[in-house]
Ligand binder design. Structure first.
Ligand code: PEP
Length: 251
């Protein structure tokens, strides 16, 4: 049994004060939900205060990125160890980091190693662009991203990794993918890729989320698919009402 995970990626939104008021609303209402894990990934600047606020709440905190380096003269960077003071998870390989910050699979692999070393659970994002999809190469792109990002990585428990399948053309565009298509990619490409690496038993327990324009209206369609173990939510996670409504769809 894989417990559904609903993760919010706030991206570069919300000051500390805005973050606190959004989280206060989530905290009040989250206790009415069971059998679902909730993770929020705010900007670094709010992590310390939110960590204090969430001390007795089941809401988990994640970072949106870490450096591949463990410490040193790397101006502007945040290490895994620093993030792990406040976070249990870290988003890695997000398509925005790949596209705007030149992160490739080799760098993402180093970041996965850095996360593991710091005791953070990577939420590893993979997904094809529209051009790759139209060219019929989506499956190969995803296989290649998984192979590259996870090269040489050992996993002791399935809970030590989360994979998010995020077709790039569906992120922040309002253009969501069909739930059946997502199921097909997960069951024919992603989970077999994980099984080839670590064996079926371990792969069966790894949570694989869908991400791409998830909202309260379409969330039920994804979350009712047995192969989809939750959602990575961008835009809709900035609204307490929308994010809570998505969480409610897991019930
Ligand atoms: C994301 O940032 O990972 C994402 C899926 O964004 P959105 O929900 O806005 O498409």
């Amino acid at each position: 049994m894989r417990t559904p995970l609903i993760a919010g990626n706030w991206k570069m939104h919300n000051t500390e004060a805005e973050a606190i008021s959004l989280v206060r609303v989530l905290m009040q209402r989250i206790r009415f939900f069971s059998g679902v894990e909730v993770l929020i990934c705010p900007p670094f600047t709010s992590l310390s205060q939110l960590h204090k606020l969430l001390v007795s709440s089941p809401i988990l905190l994640g970072a949106q990125n870490i450096s591949e380096q463990s410490s040193g003269a790397y101006t502007g960077e945040i290490s895994g160890r620093m993030a792990a003071e406040f976070c249990s998870h870290v988003i890695l390989g997000h398509s925005e980091r790949r596209a705007y910050f030149g992160e490739d699979d080799a760098l993402i692999n180093q970041k996965v190693r850095a996360a593991q070393k710091a005791g953070l659970i990577p939420v590893l994002c993979v997904g094809e662009s529209l051009a790759e999809r139209d060219a019929g190469s989506a499956a190969e792109v995803i296989r290649c991203q998984l192979r590259g990002a996870l090269a040489g990585i050992q996993l002791s428990a399935p809970s030590d990794l989360v994979v998010a399948y995020e077709p790039v053309w569906a992120i922040g565009t309002g253009r969501s993918a069909l739930p059946e298509d997502i199921t097909k990619v997960i069951s024919s490409v992603i989970r077999p890729g994980l099984a080839a690496k670590w064996g079926e038993k371990l792969a069966e327990g790894i949570r694989i989320l869908y991400g791409g324009s998830v909202n309260p209206g379409n969330a039920g369609g994804y979350l009712s698919q047995p192969e989809i173990d939750g959602a990575l939510v961008g835009g809709a996670s900035l609204s307490a009402e929308k994010f809570l409504a998505i969480i409610e769809r897991t019930q």
